[in-house]
Design a protein around this ligand. Structure first.
Ligand SMILES: *Cc1c(COP(=O)(O)O)cnc(C)c1O
Length: 240
């Protein structure tokens, strides 16, 4: 299967899932998860009309940056961001950090951005599966965390992100996405000023239909478009 064909298949899956849940197709944005994918293959996806990519490692953003510049596109950061890489990542044109998962990171981002009078969009990553191995704020702490981040005016909170449980049990996966929706509701009810709670970034190659049914506004797809990766995902999701 070519990248073109795979994108076509994903678009059909999105359309079908939207239709089934009575949502408009344009309510769901497709983000291409491009970790390990080379720039030629990413450009092939751009030629199909895709415009949003997400990387997990600062090093990969840096390596691919120049080659991808010829195509207008939007880039988000979706990986675990080490505090000592903040200065580096801000050199590239990242529109949104989807993986804001601790206050020390928020403070470092704010500090560096404020020095240059800049702002950035962020999503708060919530650990809805409550697995020790995954990053993200505990659902119970999300309201408090959001209040703290909202005080940092360089960070524009747009919503939430989660990685669902990896499980073949659809009910358990769905429970993660429902939890994210609940957390969003709790945050909305807390009436925190200067934040938006529009975005729910959830759903990947294997579970995007469930995520769309539960209200995803951004789905992040890698494997189903670019094929299997050489490294296990733990390599990308753990501290290294
Ligand atoms: C790799 C990755 C994805 C995409 O996963 P696939 O199963 O390959 O579609 C989504 N979100 C994050 C945070 C990722 O690291």
């Amino acid at each position: 299967m070519t990248i073109e064909q795979n994108i076509d298949t994903i678009r059909q899956r999105i359309q079908k899932a939207c239709k089934l849940s009575g949502r408009a197709t344009n309510e769901v944005r497709l983000l291409l998860a491009t970790k390990t994918v080379n720039t030629e293959r990413i450009k092939a996806a751009f030629r199909c009309g895709e415009t949003l990519i997400g990387e997990n490692k600062v090093q990969e953003v840096k390596m691919k940056h120049e080659a991808l510049n010829e195509f207008p596109h939007e880039q988000h950061f979706i990986g675990h961001l080490q505090t000592n890489k903040v200065k580096e990542i801000l050199k590239y044109d990242i529109q949104c950090i989807q993986s804001l998962d601790r206050l020390s990171l928020a403070e470092k981002l704010h500090h560096c951005l404020a020095l240059n009078n800049k702002k950035i969009d962020v999503l708060i990553q919530v650990n809805t599966s409550e697995e020790e191995s995954k990053f993200g704020i505990k659902p119970d702490e999300a309201v408090y965390f959001t209040k703290e981040v909202a005080k940092l005016n360089s960070l524009q909170i747009k919503g939430l992100m989660t990685i669902g449980l990896f499980s073949s049990d659809a009910d358990k996966v769905r429970a993660c996405f429902m939890r994210l929706k609940e957390v969003r509701q709790e945050i909305i009810e807390a009436n925190i000023s200067n934040i938006q709670m529009r975005e729910l970034s959830m759903g990947m190659s294997g579970d995007l239909e469930i995520a769309i049914e539960e209200g995803a506004t951004i789905i992040r797809v890698g494997t189903a478009i670019f094929g299997k990766r050489r490294y296990p995902d733990s390599y990308y999701w753990n501290e290294n």
